[in-house]
Design a protein around this ligand. Structure first.
Ligand code: XMP
Length: 512
């Protein structure tokens, strides 16, 4: 028997619904949205949540749950696409909208729905949809709207079915936790208790260390250490299980930030990990020659990492490869049956089909904030835990178009200025990443009465908790001004600076 069964229709954030429900001390399970009725009823769920998803309910072959699902007569919460499913299957109408609603939106609820109990009438929510609910089913009442969606929440309390077109599971929806708790408590009747939204680190470590011991037995493992928190925490966990039978490799791709390889070497001298450094800069840049397509770049980088590591694994006769894959890497690289591929994270979809080593990915189910928390409990040095997130494919996905050494050097300088200036200010919110992007746009400028035709650098600063949603950080104008002036004065070849003001969704954090 399961408390809450989440039917997953392929949303990027379905797994966050599970995290949200479990943060209230209620057990939840994710199952594919088109699971059969018998499979679902065998689990005896006490409540259902329909996730969002990329399909459309009105198209031929649109992804729908078994129609008998409503005969279970248990509470249902429909989220985004899940609310459209309820609308369409119970006699309402959904159609293609005129306008999308992505990211931040102001929502107003209209009355005294249990779902919005004790909440202000207006608050910010995050949306990600284009389809429009035109009519709600009979027996349902409208409970909320936005300026774009006249129907943004509706319910049938007698049948205990509640729907929101927005995503309560994402951290950017204000009161999202309260909405989930209202559903669990007031609609489903569960006794909720707020647990840490992070992790029971002792239990997690105990279980993972045991699993790794059983898996590796007396064999050897290698690890691809990037210098960031994910691969470091993974290595620490594996080291706890098998000690020095783990060898870590830091591969310098040449696509790192300014002076980063040296800083990483220095930071890791403070740990007890056995580390070998490999300089593979030439190899990576050679493989990327002439490549423009972002997905091709990502695949090539993933493959090159594996090529280098396979040689080392063979040399050492290691049977296992440890990777710091976390959940957003998995879901964006198409981690579930119905989700869309957003980008091939180098350590997931960048891998070749056949690997000569077995993968150990102890953090596959976790988000970055949980990994940092776990890292602290494992006493990993602060400099590593707090290092600003950096993607495995490095600056290659921040250089639009072909990657060359000259472009990498130019971007490193601009990026350093962005990070230096941002580090000087104290903002109220925590910045997830601050970086520069080389946009591949050339424009005209004028310096010292001379015409220039130079590069355009974009500055991206985003705030987030778990990388699934993010907003652009309100960097003060005077800081942006300093960044722009310094970049154009200090980085030869750049004559224009842009500030990226796009949230996720609709944009991803990285440009590629
Ligand atoms: P996006 O661009 O997907 O970024 O919104 C979310 C977070 O993931 C990081 N990222 C990656 N990390 N391998 C990684 O290890 C990858 O291939 C990769 N792609 C994106 C990104 O830097 C951000 O923190």
């Amino acid at each position: 028997m399961i408390d809450v069964l989440i039917l997953d229709f392929g949303s990027q954030t379905s797994h966050l619904i599970k995290r949200g429900v479990e943060s209230w001390g209620i057990r939840a399970l994710l199952l594919e949205g088109d699971a059969s009725f018998s499979e679902i009823s065998k689990l005896y769920p006490k409540a259902l949540i329909f996730s969002g998803g990329p399909s459309s309910v009105y198209i031929q072959g649109g992804l729908l749950p078994d129609k008998n699902i409503f005969s279970l007569n248990i509470p249902i919460l429909g989220i985004c696409y899940g609310s459209e499913i309820v609308a369409e299957m119970l006699g309402g109408k959904v159609n293609k909208g005129q306008k999308g609603e992505y990211g931040k939106t102001n929502f107003s609820h209209l009355g005294n729905s249990d779902l919005f109990k004790f909440l202000p009438t207006k608050f910010t929510v995050w949306m990600s949809h284009f389809d429009k609910i035109e009519r709600i089913p009979s027996g349902f009442t409208l409970t909320g709207k936005t300026s774009t969606s006249a129907i943004a929440a509706f319910e049938n309390p007698a049948r205990k079915i509640y729907c929101t077109l927005f995503h309560p599971e994402v951290v950017h929806t204000k009161y999202g936790d309260n909405i989930l708790s209202n559903f669990l408590q007031k609609v489903c009747g569960f006794a909720v208790r707020q647990k840490s939204t992070l992790l029971d680190t002792d239990e997690f470590t105990r279980v993972k260390v045991q699993e790794i011991k059983e898996m590796v037995k007396k064999d050897l493992a290698i690890c691809a250490l990037s210098g960031g928190v994910d691969s470091t925490v993974s290595s620490f966990l594996v080291h706890l299980a098998i000690g020095n039978r783990l060898t870590c490799f830091f591969i310098d791709t040449g696509l790192m930030r300014y002076n980063e390889a040296n800083e990483i070497k220095k930071n890791f001298q403070k740990t007890f990990l056995k580390i070998k450094y490999i300089n593979a800069q030439e190899l990576f840049v050679k493989k990327l020659k002439g490549i423009i397509d972002p997905e091709k770049k990502r695949k090539i980088i993933g493959q090159t990492f594996i090529d280098v590591l396979t040689i080392e694994a063979k040399r050492l006769k290691a049977k296992f490869l440890v990777q710091g894959t976390i959940y957003p890497d998995v879901i964006e690289s198409q981690g579930t049956k119905h989700s869309h591929k957003i980008k091939s994270h180098h350590n997931v979809a960048g891998l070749p089909d056949k690997l000569s080593v077995k993968l150990i990915e102890p953090l596959r189910e976790l988000y970055k904030d949980q990994v940092r928390y776990l890292g602290k409990s494992l006493k990993i040095p602060q400099e590593i835990i707090n290092r600003q997130v950096f993607p495995g494919p490095g600056l290659a996905v921040r250089i639009v178009g072909e990657v060359t050494i000259e472009k990498v050097l130019l971007l490193q300088k601009a990026d350093l200025i962005v990070r230096e200036e941002i580090a000087k200010i104290n903002l109220n919110e925590s910045i997830w990443m601050a970086f520069a992007v080389l946009t591949n746009i050339k424009t005209t400028g004028v310096v010292g009465d001379e015409r220039t035709y130079g590069e355009t650098v974009a500055v991206r600063v985003v705030s987030s908790r778990d990388a699934m949603t993010a907003h652009w950080t309100r960097v003060p104008y005077e800081v942006l001004d300093r960044i722009s002036t310094r970049i154009t004065n200090e980085v030869r070849g750049v004559n224009r600076v842009l500030f990226d003001i796009t949230n996720k969704p609709p944009a991803t954090m990285e440009w590629e």
